[in-house]
Design a protein around this ligand. Structure first.
Ligand code: PA5
Length: 503
């Protein structure tokens, strides 16, 4: 039997776009026509008057407007509870207009040089030093990027991520994929001391040095604090090329810093277009008219829902490519809002898949759910649904109506939006016209501003995460890290007293 041929399928447009990017074909993101066609919108129609407990009314939201506008002004003036170690952590607000072309050119020249030399690029990092890069990479590239030919990837190397967990099987499997390949890495850690990233770096650096000696140093990029930290010091000693995470930008707000830009440039994603998307949304969301400012409206809707008893925000998308963007939101919101017993839990979801898993709970379970849809309007590819001889599955009507898989996949959001609202789940839809860097930039900036406003509304600083330290202390104590002896004694003492219940 011969191998499968994709008869009448045409070319894969995601591949064509990747190849175009490799050939320096850029989207005309400065043109008015492109901007008009690529504008993220927020539809909040279904937020109001869902039946049952925890319903949100338009009046609930209107009554929040003065408080939201006050928060908006404070944010613009860098006022309020926004500091980490005395530094106001709002540098992301103006970052889009502060990044100069010279900076992007430096990044591109280093990544272009490395990309020519290597077969694979590994990004090491966790949390804010990982999720935004992965989300953007997955949103804008072929699902099986690393299995494509180099030409189909537009000349980019294979891209991998490590340091986001401590699973040795995952680590080893990834190393197997790197076996025999020339590699470059970017180690990303603002603090320079994050255990997961540091352990991953140790293992991979040893392998690189054993293979290539001092030549390995040229293949190691470091993205960290401008002046401090273990990574910065090591980079100085070894002469690694460094990129900077600004003092006034925290991890989960850092996708537009070198944290995101270096890896994205390595994957041939147009970082200039990405910046332009951020600028477009910054222009829109610095405006003072509530109903014209999507960040303010988004923040008010979520806050009203939380005040009405909603505790879980299902962020569901109809695009596999955007699922990682929902995962980025899973960090941005809970890590910023989860203080003092407050905050909405964000649950990333892929529809249809999850409609056949937890969809029952969304429709008829406890009414503590808010839903936000990331609706991708135009997928890269269209798939026609064929007619059959017998119409046994009863689906010929789709063909008769001239519909294709794309039309059905849109209803995978529009159907639940209607049904879940009727079932008591207020929901809103963020419409993303196409998979491109301009749209992703808009989306990220809109969300960053929204969560900052949410911090003011909840009454605490959204730019710190003291709770994350608790797990680190327990983990360090349990593995016997020097300096954690007392914590270790306390934890072990407590654990010994507990009568374990094991069945
Ligand atoms: O948002 C945050 O600040 C965190 O998620 C950090 O990005 C994460 O803990 C990684 O920290 P670091 O970059 O210091 O290694």
């Amino acid at each position: 039997m011969k191998g499968l041929r994709l008869i009448d399928m045409g070319e894969n447009r995601t591949v064509r776009t990747q190849q175009g990017r490799g050939g320096q074909i850029r989207n005309p993101f400065d043109s008015a026509a492109f901007r008009a066609e690529n504008k993220i919108t927020l539809d909040v129609t279904n937020m109001f008057d869902a039946p049952g407990p925890g319903s949100v009314s338009r009046e609930d939201v209107e009554s929040l407007i003065p408080e939201v506008i006050k928060a908006h002004q404070m944010l613009k003036n860098n006022e309020g509870d926004i500091c980490d170690h005395d530094i106001p952590m709002t540098g992301w607000q103006d970052l889009p207009v502060e990044i100069g072309e010279a900076h992007l050119t430096r990044i591109r020249s280093i990544t272009d040089e490395l990309a020519r030399e290597v077969d694979a690029f590994v990004s090491l990092g966790i949390g804010g030093s990982y999720l935004g890069i992965e989300a953007t990479f997955r949103a804008l590239t072929h699902t099986y990027f690393n299995q494509l030919t180099r030409d189909e990837r537009g000349g980019a190397p294979e891209i991998y991520f490590l340091g986001q967990n401590m699973d040795p099987d995952f680590f080893r499997d990834t190393l197997d994929m790197l076996q025999g390949k020339r590699i470059a890495i970017n180690v990303i850690s603002k603090s320079g001391t994050t255990t997961e990233t540091a352990i991953a770096f140790r293992v991979i650096r040893k392998l690189m040095e054993e293979n290539w000696g001092e030549d390995a140093d040229r293949m190691i990029l470091v993205t960290t604090d401008r002046a401090r930290g273990a990574l910065k010091e090591m980079a100085g000693q070894k002469g690694y090329r460094t990129f900077v995470i600004p003092d006034n930008i925290g991890g989960r707000f850092s996708v537009l810093t070198d944290v995101g830009l270096v890896g994205l440039a390595m994957a041939n994603i147009d970082i200039g277009e990405f910046v332009a998307g951020f600028i477009a949304m910054r222009d829109l969301t610095t405006g003072d008219v509530f109903w014209e400012n999507p960040s303010l409206v988004h923040a008010a809707m979520r806050h009203a829902a939380w005040c009405s008893g909603k505790k879980i925000e299902v962020v569901a998308t109809n695009a596999v490519s955007l699922y990682s963007v929902a995962r980025w939101m899973e960090q941005l919101f809970p890590e910023s809002e989860g203080h003092d017993g407050h905050g909405l839990w964000v649950s990333p979801s892929l529809y249809s898949e999850k409609l056949h898993a937890n969809g029952q709970m969304v429709q008829q379970g406890e009414r503590n759910i808010l839903e936000t849809f990331l609706l991708l309007k135009e997928h890269d590819n269209r798939i026609q649904i064929p007619r059959t001889d017998n119409n046994l599955d009863g689906l010929d009507f789709i063909v008769d109506k001239g519909l294709d898989m794309n039309s059905v996949n849109r209803m995978v959001i529009e159907g639940p939006a209607y049904a879940h609202h009727k079932g008591g789940v207020p929901n809103m839809t963020i419409e993303i016209p196409r998979r491109n860097a301009f749209n992703l930039g808009q989306l990220y900036y809109m969300m960053e501003r929204s969560v900052a406003i949410s911090g003011y509304l909840l009454g605490h600083n959204p730019f710190i995460q003291p709770g994350v330290e608790a797990y680190k202390e327990a983990m360090f104590a349990l593995i016997g890290k020097p300096g954690f002896e007392e914590a270790a004694r306390n934890i072990r003492g407590e654990l010994e007293k507990i009568r374990r219940i094991r069945i």
